[in-house]
Design a protein around this ligand. Sequence first.
Ligand SMILES: Nc1nc2c(ncn2[C@@H]2O[C@H](COP(=O)(O)OP(=O)(O)O)[C@@H](O)[C@H]2O)c(=O)[nH]1
Ligand SMILES: [Mg+2]
Length: 373
Amino acid sequence: MSSLEDQITEIEDEIRRTNYNKATQLHIGRLKAKLAVLRIERETRAKGKGGGVGYGVRKSGHATVGLVGYPSVGKSTLLNRLTAAESETGAYDFTTLTIIPGMLRWGGASIQILDMPGLVPGAAKGRGRGREVLSVVRSVDLILFLIDPEHTNLRALQAELEGAGVRINQRPPRIVVQRTDRGGLTVSSTVKLSHLAGGIAAQIAREFGVHNGSIVFREDATADQLIDVLAGNRVYLPAIAAVNKAELLSPADRARLEAELRPSVPTFISARSRIGLEELVEGIGRALRFIRIYMKPPGGPPDREEPLILRQGDTIDQLLARLPSDLGRTFKAAQVWGPSARFPGQTVGREHVLADEDVVTVVIARGASRNAA
Ligand SMILES: Nc1nc2c(ncn2[C@@H]2O[C@H](COP(=O)(O)OP(=O)(O)O)[C@@H](O)[C@H]2O)c(=O)[nH]1
Ligand SMILES: [Mg+2]
């Protein structure tokens, strides 16, 4: 019986060697499912051995950005430039053995930036403290890929993250899996399936021990997407990229790099020479999709000096979570002026989705002892 790691490598090799076409769809789908199950087993064993201990990072600020790149691309230098943190830098690999946090201000928001050890090929298998780094990456709100002009393999970096269950700039698949104890497995779809027709979906589900229940497809999903849903434990994160050490690049070098990194559109920066940093920070703020909410006391003017910072898609509920807790408890309704309001002063409930530059008044239940903020 070969070791778990050997089995994983064997299947990875076989997937690489096999061309994908109609005739091999089923075979590849099952291999990928087997691989995902083995990787879950590997994670479980690593956790049992206490892997990841010491890499807990306390999140603070409105959002957390993880600096991800190979060793020596300039992550620590960049953290020192963007924040008041002091991360050790050096012209050799593995200088950062711990996670160093720094705080960056953006408009009214504070953004935590994490400098972490460089990812090396094989990180998902545990090389170079890879597993610990990857577990921290899973907890961030945005990934900033930092790329060295000499080693631009963004795809290999992304593959390491993929192997650890991180999905970059993707949304969760529109597939609903329900497990039951008996009754067999039904597969249905609202669209035509081009990758998983003819029983392939059921065979993949079987690899995960799902023999009863239902799978409903609301999009023409791939085997990878179905496997993601069956495996669970995937995180879907936005990412942006920056090329560091750009002061060394000729215009021709830049053009070549831009073509190589497409479809990513990187910001060219020099951490050491402080070039392009403002543009990078703007890009980070945009990617985090912050929105500014101005609170207005009943009858008074809105406070435009200190907006509350939320993220796009956040509701009144998330706003209340930022306010003193008695406001949340005695909440009756909110009034909204601004982009998300159908008319000025619209009365809304907890589910109302806010927009950038909304003005909000919280109305509390009558008889409650506190005036609304
Ligand atoms: N030419 C150049 N070198 C840089 C730049 N930023 C960092 N470096 C150098 O690259 C080396 C590695 O930097 P470091 O921040 O320790 O990289 P890390 O391993 O990714 O944290 C150091 O010698 C830095 O001075 C830059 O913008 N241009
Ligand atoms: Mg470093």
